[in-house]
Every structure is written in structure tokens, then in C-alpha cells.
Design a protein around this ligand. Structure first.
Ligand SMILES: [Ca+2]
Length: 369
């Protein structure tokens, strides 16, 4: 119990200078196995051991600073020609902002594999690279890498970090093969959002989807950007509403999305401070009928082509087909109500149509073989 108490005390002082904050520090000292929630694809290559113990650095994101924990660390060995992943526990960062990550590191001079470091904010489905190589700049002397800023992790319920490398040495993993070690893996954050949201909701209205939210307190709140998505991953900005700066009286806001997409729409707020820092709200979803109920794209899914049906008075002016990253993969001019998709790879695309009256329509289409 004593150990836990000390740990909590330590968390409470992180980021003291800016606002109340917190963090999780993994020292690998509690046991000689991977910590709870951590995993690896190659148990011969990845061990927690009391060898070449960390020393000589302080963790720069703590206040007061904390020294290297020593004793156990996590060793990634270059042996067995294995493809190795080390995955951290999932961190619940709901309500957290200004997320950072860092760790102590050391390598033997013979370690010549490249260790990539990445983060997932969707519970481990997809990872994005924070650094393509965290090992080659390491030395035989321990040093701390970080803090590395991870803006995508703010307010996310399941944040997972991962180390990946391919062993370049086919030798046995027993004994003392070349290795890259980490210790004092820390994830830190600010607790206090500059803006306290009491609610955020999305409701269908005759003119579209109405988003409404209320703040109980705002500090340095420049604006809200309203964002919409078809898949809850790739969002686009559909509007901006000015914030009230700094105020401690409840404020009510609303925004009408007059052209929701057909089907399921996801909405979130991006709250931006005067200094450019931002954080995201929770995501709300709503199934909207969309504008122009006679807009239809069929068949869907499709293999060769889709046919676009618009309200009687409307005609296509131009159109675009985008992939889910927002990249335009095809453009169309006026004239045809058919769109060939025969040359596209199977997957999900967004068809955007502008009509000659200036109205726009969107539909998610699925290309199959
Ligand atoms: Ca340690």
C-alpha cells in the first residue's frame, strides 16, 4: 500500500506549472515479467530484467523531477530473426489534454535494428508512427527520450503505444545478445480542459441536424470548430462558433448542420484556445435522413458503376469521389448520371455531388469485386 500511496503523490505534481495534471509511470520494477496490459509478439526477444539498470537521467516532465528508477527495465533483444512488437497497456485519456509520452533508453553498440514507435487512439486497430526509429540515437549510456507530444491522444478512451522492430541477428536469444532497453515509460497529461462542457447533443430538426452544447466555465476559449464524419475517424470542419474567452457563467451554443449526410453522421467539437491549443469533445452520432430525400446512389455496394438519382429539379454540375483519407480519386463533369468505379480498388468511398443550383449531396459507396 505504501508504494501505491507514493505513486499517487507523484502523479499529483506533474505539470504543476501549467495546470493540474497527471501521468502514469511504468518503472518495470514491480515484477520480472511484462507489466499488466503490456504484451509482445516475441517472448524470447522481449524480457523484463534487472540488468544494465537505468541511471543518470531525470524525467523532465515531472515537477519535482524524478530520477531514473534503476533495477528492472524492458529489454528488446536483437536475435532469432524475429519480427517483434511490444504493445503497452491501453490508457484511458478521456478528459485529458496535452498528452505526452517519453521513456529512458539505452542500447548496446552492436544493436543495429530499427525500432519504430507508434500510437493507436482506437484501441489498437490502427497505429500511426510517432518516430520511425527510437533506437539508433540511443547510446550505451542511459538517456531520456521525450516528452513527445501526442495531440491525437487527447480525450481518447483507449490509447496504446507500440514498439516494432525486425531482428537483424539470427543468433540465439539466450545469453546477452545486442539489445535496446527502455525504462520509466511515462504517459502524462493536463486534466483541466480550458472549457467545461456540461452537455453536447445532436438532434434531428426539420432543417437538418441541430447540435447544441453548454459550457459551465471557459478559460481562454477562442472558438469551437464543429466537425462531422461518416466513420468517426476522419472528420471535416463544417462550421465555427466564437467562444466567450474567459467566463464562469454557463453559456449555451447551438449550430445547425443544414446538409447532414444520408445515414449515420458523427459530430464532435474542437475547442481551440487563443494560444492555438485544442481539445476534442466526445463524439455524438445521429442517423439523418439528409437533404433531398430523393437523392439516391445505387446499386450500393457496386462493382462496375453506380447511378445517381437526384430530386427532379436538380442536375449534376460536378462530382468527386474521395477515399476515406479525403483524397480525391476521381472527378466527374456534368452530363452523366452514371459513375464508373470499375478501376477503383475495393473499399469505401465518399461520392460528393454538386448540382447546378449549388446544392450538394454526399453518399458513402462501397466498391466490391
Ligand atoms: Ca526500472
Amino acid at each position: 500500500m505504501k508504494k501505491i500511496y507514493l505513486f499517487v503523490l507523484f502523479l499529483g505534481v506533474l505539470f504543476k506549472a501549467t495546470s493540474q495534471g497527471g501521468g502514469i509511470l511504468q518503472t518495470f520494477d514491480a515484477a520480472s515479467a511484462l507489466p499488466t496490459g503490456w504484451s509482445t509478439t516475441a517472448t524470447s526477444n522481449v524480457v523484463v530484467e534487472n540488468a544494465s539498470s537505468s541511471s543518470g537521467y531525470t524525467i523532465p516532465t515531472t515537477d519535482p523531477t524524478v530520477s531514473a528508477s534503476g533495477t528492472n527495465n524492458l529489454s528488446m533483444k536483437n536475435c532469432g530473426s524475429a519480427t517483434v512488437s511490444v504493445t503497452t497497456a491501453a490508457f484511458d485519456l478521456t478528459g485529458k489534454s496535452n498528452v505526452i509520452v517519453g521513456f529512458g533508453r539505452r542500447r548496446t553498440s552492436a544493436f543495429n535494428a530499427t525500432v519504430a514507435f507508434s500510437v493507436s487512439v482506437d484501441g489498437g486497430s490502427t497505429f500511426s508512427t510517432l518516430s520511425s526509429d527510437v533506437s539508433s540515437a540511443a547510446n550505451t549510456t542511459w538517456a531520456f527520450l521525450g516528452p513527445i507530444s501526442v495531440p491525437a491522444a487527447a480525450n481518447q478512451a483507449s490509447v496504446i503505444f507500440r514498439f516494432d522492430y525486425t531482428a537483424t541477428n539470427s543468433g540465439l536469444c539466450t545469453g546477452s545478445p545486442a539489445n535496446f532497453r527502455i525504462d520509466d515509460f511515462i504517459v502524462g497529461w493536463n486534466d483541466v480542459f480550458p472549457v467545461k462542457l456540461t452537455f453536447f447533443k445532436a438532434e434531428e430538426r426539420s432543417g437538418g441536424v441541430e447540435l447544441s452544447w453548454q459550457t459551465s466555465e471557459e478559460i481562454s476559449n477562442q472558438r469551437f470548430e464543429i466537425e462531422r464524419s461518416l466513420d468517426a475517424k476522419s472528420f471535416e470542419k463544417i462550421g465555427t462558433i466564437e467562444g466567450k474567452g474567459t467566463i464562469s457563467i454557463a453559456q449555451h451554443y447551438s449550430f445547425l448542420d443544414s446538409s447532414p449526410l444520408q445515414g449515420l453522421n458523427y459530430y464532435r467539437l474542437k475547442q481551440v484556445d487563443f494560444d492555438g491549443k485544442y481539445s476534442y469533445s466526445v463524439i455524438r452520432d445521429i442517423r439523418a435522413k439528409g437533404q433531398g430525400h430523393s437523392f439516391r446512389v445505387y446499386p450500393n455496394p457496386a462493382t462496375n458503376e453506380v447511378k445517381i438519382e437526384l430530386p427532379q429539379e436538380e442536375e449534376i454540375n460536378n462530382g468527386e469521389l474521395l477515399d476515406l483519407t479525403g483524397r480525391i480519386v476521381k472527378r466527374y463533369a456534368a452530363g452523366s448520371d452514371k459513375v464508373s468505379i470499375i478501376d477503383l480498388r475495393p473499399g469505401v468511398y465518399i461520392l460528393k455531388i454538386k448540382t447546378q443550383t449549388g446544392a450538394s449531396y454526399q453518399q458513402r459507396i462501397i466498391k466490391i469485386n
